[in-house]
Design a protein around this ligand. Structure first.
Ligand code: SAM
Ligand code: PRE
Length: 245
């Protein structure tokens, strides 16, 4: 059984690179992988607790879409004080959901959460005070993104929020080059080899498709959100909050 600290060596050996997928092998090393691959990940997770504490509404639902091992839900559940809040964690990776369910069972009252193996583009949602897409929209086909954001908007209660964390790209080539180079340095500083970095880049190429912040803001506004703003940014990663009036 893998432990929380099992080291990510998924791309350490030379291999025939295939499209990246959230397999059992990835789920086993995910806490280490995401911590060493997403600058600011731990800050984003802990701040989700602060945001949830502020935006949770009594007798409402909080959705964690693309929940992986449930880190966002655990951070939020630790901070939320409002009564009657239900957490629904959705992921289409069975390996992730199995491990997520075990983790949540150890830490939250069983009646307070549900885990679902489902496509987030299909899952029904309603009465949401908060929807979290933490590094997940980037894996959804670009053509399906607007419809998903619109379904989230309609599921939110007045005053509800979408918290959207993403890998981003920059419209200006010089900014893209600078931020990418600094991000690569972050990976090297975290012990990834040039082989690991380049094999993972190839594996993600057709799977993780980033948008610019301008595209995100435009999509959120088109869906109806009255406000969208960046509350966190670190190299090629950012997190936005979008408010439904
Ligand atoms: C980078 S991880 C998310 C990390 C997680 N939200 C966290 O904060 O630790 C992306 C997750 O999205 C899931 N995912 C990707 N496409 C999906 C889809 N169409 N429906 C449901 N889950 C999806 C993957 O299985 C994976 O677990
Ligand atoms: O390693 C990268 O290049 C990443 O983009 C990091 C990233 C992500 O942003 O989702 C990619 C896949 C893993 O899920 C963990 C992190």
């Amino acid at each position: 059984m893998a432990t929380e600290s099992t080291r990510d060596q998924i791309f350490a050996q030379t291999q025939q690179v295939v499209d990246f997928a959230f397999t059992a092998a990835v789920a086993d090393v995910f806490p280490d992988m995401v911590r060493r691959s997403v600058p600011g990940y731990e800050t984003v997770i802990s701040q989700l607790g602060v945001l949830a504490r502020h935006y949770a509404q009594t007798d409402s639902t909080i959705y964690d879409l693309g929940c992986s091992l449930g880190a966002a839900t655990l951070a939020m559940a630790t901070q939320v004080r409002q009564p009657g809040v239900q957490y629904i964690c959705v992921d289409n990776s069975e390996a992730m959901i199995q491990r997520c369910e075990q983790r949540l069972q150890r830490q939250l009252p069983v009646a307070s959460f549900q885990t679902l193996v489902e496509d987030i583009c299909q899952v029904p949602m309603q009465r949401a005070s908060i929807v979290v897409l933490n590094f997940t929209l980037q894996f959804i086909q670009p053509a399906a993104r607007q419809a998903l954001i619109e379904r989230i908007y309609h599921a939110l209660l007045p005053g509800g929020v979408l918290i959207l964390s993403e890998k981003i790209k920059f419209a200006e080539a010089d900014q893209q080059a600078l931020m990418t180079e600094l991000y690569l340095e972050f990976k090297r500083a975290n012990g990834y080899s040039e082989l690991e970095i380049s094999q993972k880049r190839s594996a993600l190429e057709n799977v993780l498709i980033p948008d610019t912040l301008a595209v995100h803001h435009e999509r959120l506004q088109r869906a109806g959100f009255s406000q969208s703003l960046v509350w966190f940014q670190n190299f090629v990663f950012a997190s936005m909050i979008a408010v439904k009036a």
